[in-house]
Design a protein. Structure first.
Ligand code: GUN
Length: 298
């Protein structure tokens, strides 16, 4: 691998090893096993892949997991009934409903029904609020938290740097802003968020010491939009049809990797950058949930 590439797979592996050690310690010293329930509604092919990867990783790390698959036409009542059952199941410490659900499901209502101390995605308003005010007894959302850990473990301290985020989603852009601006070690950045209604996006992105692309537009960020020597984090995972590829498609990020990698001091690849970190932070949260529910300090 070229030496300016941030190896998300390797860093995620380190985090997963740390998680596996915590799991082993909980088993040995406290007779506890963290449990994660993953709920998939419908047949979104990308979601099916993500859910499979999450369950597989649980197994590898010694975390108990349950996969609940509901039909594409499942009703709100069915979903809420399942959430209620999982909320009350002592074997389950974390609950995750894979996003996006089919259109008849109101995601906000579903997320609000998850017990906040089991909300390992940090989508519940209570946990989003705790994150915003810098409290550590909730959770951090998996993808933005994964980005923070990637920066830290790559030796990039955001303190005093200008971080520019492209995208304002509830899953990535907004929580990314909150984590980077936090008055805390490993954060303290000056943050700008640009989005679809921002005129002349490049005039902002060119100022970013740290540039985070999270808009879901394939290869949106080109070299002329990037500051020399920037750290570029690509959160995008886009499927591009490609009949010559093994599965008929290939994955590209929101960054035009070949040209931007020549200008950036550090850059994450797609795949193998942020993606593996999202799962690693989810499992980290599942262990945290287990510890908190059993009255142990994290
Ligand atoms: N869909 C895309 N990213 C995520 C995530 O982090 N959690 C869930 N539940 N769904 C997602």
């Amino acid at each position: 691998m070229s030496n300016n590439i941030i190896d998300g797979k390797a860093i995620a592996e380190t985090i997963n090893n740390e998680t596996a050690m915590s799991v082993a310690d909980l088993a040995r010293n406290h007779s506890l096993q963290p449990g994660l329930a993953v709920v998939l509604i419908g047949e979104n092919p990308a979601s099916q892949v993500y859910v499979k990867m999450k369950v597989k990783k649980c197994h590898e790390l010694g975390i108990y997991s349950e996969k609940h698959v509901l039909a594409d036409d499942a009703s709100m009542a069915e979903v809420l009934e399942l959430i209620e059952k999982l909320n009350n199941d002592p074997a389950i410490n974390g609950i995750l409903v894979q996003s996006p659900p089919p259109p008849q499901i109101d995601e906000e209502t579903v997320v609000a029904a998850i017990r906040p101390d089991k909300d390992v995605d940090c989508f519940h308003a209570e946990n989003v609020g705790k994150m915003l005010i810098g409290k550590s007894d909730g959770f951090f959302p998996c993808t933005p938290h994964g980005v923070m850990v990637l920066l830290e473990r790559s030796g990039v301290d955001p303190c005093g740097k200008h971080a520019v985020i492209i995208g304002r989603s509830n899953i990535v852009g907004k929580p990314m802003m909150a984590l980077l601006v936090q008055k805390a070690a490993g954060a303290n950045a000056t943050v700008t968020v640009v989005h679809s209604r921002t005129p002349d996006i490049a005039s902002y992105t060119r100022q970013g010491d740290i540039l985070i692309a999270a808009i879901g537009k394939p290869e949106f960020v080109t070299a002329d939009m990037v500051k020399d020597g920037a750290t570029v984090i690509d959160v995008g995972i886009n499927r591009i049809d490609d009949p010559s590829a093994k599965r008929g498609y290939r994955l590209v990020g929101d960054v035009k990797f070949d040209e931007v990698s020549k200008k950036a001091a550090l850059i994450t690849p797609v795949p193998g950058g942020v993606g593996p970190m999202t799962i690693a932070m989810l499992l980290h949260n599942a262990v945290k949930a287990c510890k908190m529910q059993n009255g142990r300090a994290f």
